[in-house]
Design a protein around this ligand. Structure first.
Ligand code: SF4
Length: 73
């Protein structure tokens, strides 16, 4: 599967995100701030729903805006 077809298991609702950097600090492997747009985005998607790391789950739970969603459909 090419990078372009990687399933978006984790998504950030940009309308809710406050750019607080909590997720990027807790799980910098998964979340990063795009230097151009300054928006926090997904750097690396988990391979599957089952492979979501503990750090990622903690970051998702810690988001003050509940802006990070898991797409398990
Ligand atoms: S923790 Fe939530 S509000 Fe803060 S930067 Fe990450 S997605 Fe945005």
């Amino acid at each position: 599967m090419s990078q372009g077809l990687v399933k978006k298991i984790i998504v950030i609702d940009q309308n809710l995100c406050l750019n607080c950097q909590t997720c990027t600090l807790l799980d910098p492997e998964t979340f990063h701030q795009d230097p151009k747009t300054q928006k926090v985005e997904i750097k690396k998607q988990p391979e599957s729903f089952e492979k979501i790391k503990e750090d990622t789950k903690i970051a998702i739970e810690s988001c003050p805006q509940k802006a990070i969603k898991i797409n398990n459909s």
